[in-house]
Structure formats: C-alpha cells, structure tokens
Design a protein around this ligand. Structure first.
Ligand code: PAN
Ligand code: ZN
Length: 187
C-alpha cells in the first residue's frame, strides 16, 4: 500500500461554495478561455468566470479527488458563463456532480458526437459516465455552486474540447436558456 492518509473533514459553505480550509484554489478569467466562447475576442473586459477549490489527495485510482466549482452569473455575447470543459485523460474514469446553489446545465458529449444536457441546481446528483466530456454552464442570475468527485487518476484533457468544441452551446434566448447547435463544432 502507498501513502496512508489520515481522515480529515472540510467545511463547505453551501451558498458561496467556499471551502474551509481552502487548500487549492484556481481562478479562471475570460483571458484564460477567450477562444472557447463564440464572441470571446469581441469582449473587451476580463471578468472572473469561475473558481475551483480542490481537496487534494494523491491522484491514484485508489483515491477520490473532489472540488467545488463556483461559476459567476453572466454572458459573453449570448453565451452563458461556463467552465472550459474537458474529457478525462483516462477516458473510462467517471465522476459525480452534486448541485448546491444557483441554476445551471451540465453539457456532456462523447467523442463520437452524442450529447446530453442535464440540470444542475440545489439537490441534483448527476452521474458523468466514462467517455463523456463535460462542461457546466450558469444559466441563472446567481452564482452556480456544485461539488464534483472523481477517480483520482482521471486526469484532464482540455485540448480535445479546445480543438473540437461541444456539439451544442447554451445561450440566453428571449424566454430563457436555449441549447443550440455549436456552429464551430468539429465532429
Ligand atoms: C470538475 C471541473 C471543474 C472546472 O471538478 O474540473 O468544474 O471545470 P474545468 O476543469 O473544465 O475547467 C471536474 O469535472 N473534474 O473532473
Ligand atoms: Zn471531470
């Protein structure tokens, strides 16, 4: 057996997504992901889009990595603020998403071009099977807060999403959020 961990507890503030203690915080601004939005280069500012607060453990298949994500409300053009999105480098590694606050969508896609859109909000528990790339989108007026737990050796492949996009995007329509085909998707 490798390193033996000692049990520990983290406090999660459900509305803000803040973890105490905060161990590993990553901030993503528009400048970190401009090309992922259709109109990213037309937006002059550099708003904070989301924060991920992780609970680090050794990234092996014997451990479970977890984090909370807080996506700010807002849009770039008509496209709602969202995460970069990724496939797991080890494609068969699964993940569970638990929603705490706000209103969002979990957009999933396989490399063969299938897609699915699931709700994220207080009480949602979503299963992300192996092989499904995933991105979360805040379609509400408040921060979207969710927790995610996944197999420790999953790894993150962001390149496939940067190069091909997801088959659909989520945009602000006249009567609320709309899921529309992504004009830049490369099957
Ligand atoms: C999540 C995501 C988190 C941020 O913990 O990593 O929501 O999204 P990006 O990694 O796409 O920037 C997860 O799915 N981990 O595997
Ligand atoms: Zn993931």
């Amino acid at each position: 057996m490798s390193e033996q961990l000692i049990p520990f507890t983290t406090m999660l503030e459900l509305d803000s997504g803040r973890l105490a203690p905060e161990r590993e915080l990553v901030e993503r601004r528009l400048s970190d992901m401009r090309d992922l939005f259709l109109d990213g280069s037309a937006e002059p500012g550099d708003p904070l889009i989301y924060r991920v607060s992780g609970i680090p453990v050794p990234p092996t298949n014997a451990n479970i990595l977890s984090s909370t994500t807080v996506i700010e409300p807002g849009t770039i053009g008509r496209e709602y603020f969202m995460t970069k999105g990724h496939f797991h480098e080890a494609r068969d590694r699964a993940e569970v998403y638990v929603g705490f606050a706000g209103e969002g969508r979990l957009v999933l896609a396989t490399e063969e071009g299938r897609h699915a859109v699931e709700p994220i909000g207080p009480g949602t528990v979503s299963y992300v099977p192996g092989g499904w790339g995933h991105r979360s989108v805040n379609v509400g007026e408040e921060p979207l807060v969710f927790f995610a737990a996944y197999v420790g050796d999953a790894g993150h492949d962001y390149t496939t999403v940067e190069e091909r996009g997801f088959p659909v995007i989520v945009v602000r329509g006249d009567e609320g959020p709309e899921v529309v085909p992504n004009p830049r998707y490369r099957p």
